[in-house]
Design a protein around this ligand. Structure first.
Ligand code: ADP
Ligand code: DP6
Ligand code: CO
Length: 376
């Protein structure tokens, strides 16, 4: 006679993704609906990744989470929303043609979640993206979650942390801002696989592993409230609104223009355009941070030296062969092509010899989902 082991366990890993067109600002806080669409590349799961084990048992009295060896609050609104939605979509667990757990029974199970990031957490290297993607994906695997529409799981990850929806897919990923009030069309989808551009390489320069002072969530909230560069504020007078509408604001005009340039560059594997738009995007995002009141400084002096280095390097080579992008932190992500990698790494080493440097490739398959269909 077969039986289901209690506890049940699933382990998954999820990669980070790096935004080339940045998400910065929400139009709706609770459902995490963004002001603008964003586009990212998903890195190889082999290097920067989250690994999460979910254990379900009827013996547990409540859901609990441990992050990097320390207990972490799981009763926050975002994680609770994710868990609630995943439970709503839970399905029967079958093994060898036999029904082991009927979906109604899941309500008797509580979850213990153990997660670790193998790279700095909350330092601007997208830990909330891999972390919440892994959280949602591994619980979904355990509960046999069934999507009711394509991309539904990405809408759940989005409600854990906006950028997390993009980590559920590999290659080049677009997160649509959507228009539906319930957020059902604010999904992430793959627009090109990593195979589309096999020579693309990503280098991570860890400048500072410390946790940032201003979380992405708090930072973008203040930007939405105070930065005219990002968006027209809600409480402006009508004359100012008319004047501002004519001008180009990031969330309205600039992103849509840059997004179409970037999509075109990906389609044609046009590195100089991809690189230029990536650098402009990063700079404009940090300009919005400076335009936030009080200003937010995510870049430090070393970050600025890296920016200068990249521009000098491209000028010396009379070609755009490397690009930088920085998220909400001082750590740099450089893009280049395989044929330039060695020379670039040597120059970086000469100039900034002290960096722990990780090399990444754009992934082909993202989820190395170690035990997803093996519930043990
Ligand atoms: P980052 O730039 O690293 O994404 P954020 O400020 O966006 O920084 O988010 C950091 C927060 O994300 C952490 O404080 C933690 O609450 C959450 N987080 C990071 N990794 C994980 C994980 N593996 N599991 C659950 N939550 C995580
Ligand atoms: C600068 O997804 O971390 O990395 O949705 O509030 O959790 P929340 O924020 P988060 O913001 C990421 C901001 C960014 C740009 C990006 O990844 O697109
Ligand atoms: Co984040």
């Amino acid at each position: 006679m077969m039986s289901v082991d209690d506890p049940l366990t699933v382990t998954c890993t999820a990669p980070v993704n790096i935004a080339l067109i940045k998400y910065w600002g929400k139009r709706e806080e609770d459902k995490i609906l963004p002001l603008n669409p964003s586009l990212s590349i998903t890195l190889d799961v082999a290097d920067l990744r989250t690994k999460t084990t979910v254990v379900a048992s009827k013996q547990f009295d409540r859901d609990r989470l441990w992050l990097n060896g320390k207990e972490h609050d799981i009763n926050n609104k975002r994680m609770q929303t994710c868990i609630r939605k995943l439970r709503q979509g839970a399905d029967d667990l079958w093994r060898d043609g036999k029904l082991m757990i009927a979906k109604e029974e899941w309500k008797n199970y509580r979850l213990h979640i153990i997660s670790e990031n193998n790279f700095p957490t909350a330092a601007g290297l997208a830990s909330s993206a891999s972390g919440l993607a892994c959280f949602v994906y591994s619980i979904a695997q355990l509960l046999q979650f069934k999507e009711t529409f394509p991309g539904e799981l990405t809408t759940i990850a989005r409600q854990g942390s906006g950028s997390a929806c993009r980590s559920l897919l590999g290659g080049f990923v677009l997160w649509e801002s959507g228009t539906a009030l319930d957020g059902s069309d604010s999904i992430a989808r793959q627009i090109a696989t990593g195979d589309k551009w096999k020579s693309l390489r990503v280098i991570i320069l860890i400048v500072n592993e410390q946790q940032k002072k201003t979380s992405s969530t708090a930072g973008m909230q203040t930007s939405v409230q105070t930065s005219d560069l990002l968006k027209v504020g809600g409480d402006r007078n009508i004359f100012l609104i008319i004047r501002l509408i004519k001008e180009k604001f990031r969330a309205k005009e600039v992103v849509s223009m840059q997004l179409s340039r970037m999509r075109d560059a990906i389609e044609k594997a046009d590195f100089p355009t991809l690189a230029t738009v990536t650098m402009q995007e990063s700079n404009q995002f940090h300009a919005c941070c400076l335009d936030t009141f009080p200003p937010i400084f995510y870049l430090n002096e070393v970050s600025k030296e890296i920016i200068q280095f990249v521009h000098d390097y491209n000028a010396d080579n009379n070609d755009i062969t490397v690009a930088y992008t920085f998220d909400a932190g001082p750590n740099a992500v450089l893009l280049t092509r395989e044929e330039n990698l060695e020379k670039l790494m040597n120059s970086l080493h000469q100039k900034f010899g002290f960096f722990p440097v990780t090399r990444e490739g754009v992934t082909r398959s993202v989820f190395e989902n170690s035990q997803s269909d093996r519930i043990i």
